[in-house]
Design a protein around this ligand. Structure first.
Ligand code: ADP
Ligand code: ADP
Length: 226
């Protein structure tokens, strides 16, 4: 399994102000790691750098023991779930779930098998022929999760995946995501601005403030030493 290491990682968009300031941390294989903090503190930027969607402008990002600063997103062996789900409206649920597998030369039968497994895990088995517009918000969110799971990537990144859901559904999905992550044994790097979400889901949480680590540790340690 792959460790993710941040070594004095910085980011500036305009080469003047650093929105991420020399952050160092280790994300252990199989752990549920939460990046939390107020809007604008740099959570998305950090996640997008790990994903390879933004350049690292200082320091080193190491994935699985190898420098990843210049590695293209497709070579990082990770999946990503976005806040707005990013589903294709003209494709069925099944086609949406397997979309990312086409470029990976995975055989049709294997794609089908993975899709059925992920759909089962997320309670989507009866919805595979539907289009996204025929789904509730919660169901769309599940499709986005299934699409990440079928890649079998050892690392999964999620950026505020529950923020468009109502409070009740959010609470239910928190524990489902946690269960699935444990069952699959994948590393999760999860962004939220919601303290409760961070406290209830994290093995390790990193509280970011203005691009710097304010606190990092297990939720109980942080709760007891605010
Ligand atoms: P968060 O995800 O915690 O809300 P972001 O990572 O989106 O924070 O943003 C961190 C800081 O970087 C903010 O000050 C934001 O305005 C700035 N920022 C984010 N994306 C860009 C961009 N593409 N160009 C310039 N500044 C950006
Ligand atoms: P979020 O808070 O969910 O990350 P935002 O609305 O802050 O979403 O950002 C949406 C997009 O706009 C992101 O791609 C981000 O990089 C970009 N962005 C954010 N802040 C700025 C900024 N100050 N200048 C340019 N682009 C920005």
């Amino acid at each position: 399994m792959k460790k993710v290491e941040l070594k004095n990682v910085s980011k500036s968009y305009d080469s003047k102000t650093d929105v991420i300031k020399e952050i160092s941390a280790v994300i252990e294989p199989g752990e549920f790691f939460v990046l939390v903090g107020p809007s604008g503190c740099g959570k998305s930027t950090m996640l997008r750098m790990i994903a390879g969607l933004e350049d690292v402008t200082g320091g080193e990002l190491v994935i699985g023991g190898k420098t990843a600063n210049a590695l293209p997103p497709s070579k990082r062996d990770l999946s990503m779930v976005f806040q707005n789900y990013a589903l294709y409206p003209h494709l069925s649920v099944e086609e949406n779930i397997t979309f990312g597998l086409h470029t990976k030369k995975i055989k049709k039968a294997e794609q089908k098998q993975r899709c059925l497994e992920a759909a089962e895990m997320l309670g989507l088995s009866d919805l595979l022929k539907r289009k996204p517009r025929q789904l509730s918000g919660g169901q769309r969110q599940r499709v986005a999760l299934a699409r990440a799971i079928v890649t079998h990537a050892p690392i999964c990144l999620m950026d505020e995946p529950l923020s468009n859901l109502d409070a009740k559904l959010r609470a239910k999905m928190r524990s489902e995501i946690r269960q699935i992550q444990r069952k699959l044994g994948i590393t999760m790097i999860y962004v939220t601005h919601d303290q409760t979400e961070a406290m209830t889901m994290a093995d390790t949480m990193m509280i970011l403030n203005n691009g710097e680590i304010q606190q990092i540790g297990r939720p109980l340690e942080i709760y007891n030493n605010p």
